[in-house]
Write a protein of this length. Structure first.
Length: 248
């Protein structure tokens, strides 16, 4: 019987290959994992609208950690909790993006507006969950970090070295997984968490077994207990086989 009771998987760069697909090997080993009674949870920076297709592919009925912990779902259609960013702060975050001329996007309950699709009329009546920036200019990235800190107290991470993801302070994938553990009456020491980016650091550090992908950012590898193969080499399936099902 496995030591672990929950497998938490980041999606982009982890569960998904570079074509945004779940490989056949990952799909098969996730099914084997579930047959042994291990709960498989997607823990991602994506909003629920961009998760459900994969939930259906894997036939999951488990909780979901979405938007870097900004939402926790009991199941695909039952919200457990949501942490929002006040619209006034969203406006300030967007103003910085416009001033520095960088790409930006956000997640709210109705979708994912970007710089190219921003609706000026979509405002305070919408629940805003995350804001994001992208730039390949390191000077602008440093400037963004400084400017964001002047607006309020936020949790700043990334899903790629060229972006910044903004959530309310203290809201991470780890905080989301702690809520999932409460729902399932298990402890974080019984969790295996797998990821590749800075927004995975908190859950990898706090899990019983923290796993970095072979393609992970170096700071993630330094925090992780072990490193598996890359997302192009079915790294998730190897985590399940070796560390959860203990098949070597």
């Amino acid at each position: 019987m496995t030591t672990y009771k929950l497998l938490a998987l980041d999606m982009d760069g982890t569960l998904l290959n570079d074509r945004k697909e779940i490989s056949q090997s990952n799909r098969e080993w996730i099914a084997k994992c579930r047959k042994q009674g291990v709960t498989v949870v997607l823990s991602t920076g994506r909003g629920i609208q961009h998760i459900l297709t994969y939930v259906e592919q894997l036939e999951l009925d488990s909780p979901i950690v979405a938007v870097n912990g900004g939402e926790v779902w009991k199941s695909r259609d039952q919200l457990h909790l949501r942490h929002v960013i006040p619209f006034a702060q969203i406006e300030e975050l967007r103003r910085i993006a416009l001033e520095l001329n960088v790409w930006y996007w956000a997640y709210h309950t109705e979708g994912k507006p970007t710089r190219d699709s921003w609706d000026e009329n979509c405002g305070s009546q919408t629940a805003w969950i995350k804001f994001g920036y992208h730039t390949e200019d390191p000077v602008k990235l440093a400037n963004l970090h400084q400017r964001i800190s002047q607006i309020g107290d936020f949790e700043l991470t990334n899903s790629h070295p060229t972006n910044i993801e903004v959530n309310p302070a203290g809201i991470t994938k780890a905080s989301g997984l702690r809520e999932v553990c409460k729902l399932l009456n298990i402890g974080m020491h019984e969790v295996v968490a797998v990821g590749d980016s800075a927004n995975d650091l908190a859950m990898i550090a706090e899990a019983g077994l923290g796993v970095a992908m072979g393609n992970a950012q170096e700071e993630v590898k330094l925090v992780a207990d072990v490193v598996t193969d890359s997302n192009e080499e079915d790294g998730v399936s190897k985590v399940i086989r070796r560390y959860i099902l203990e098949l070597g």
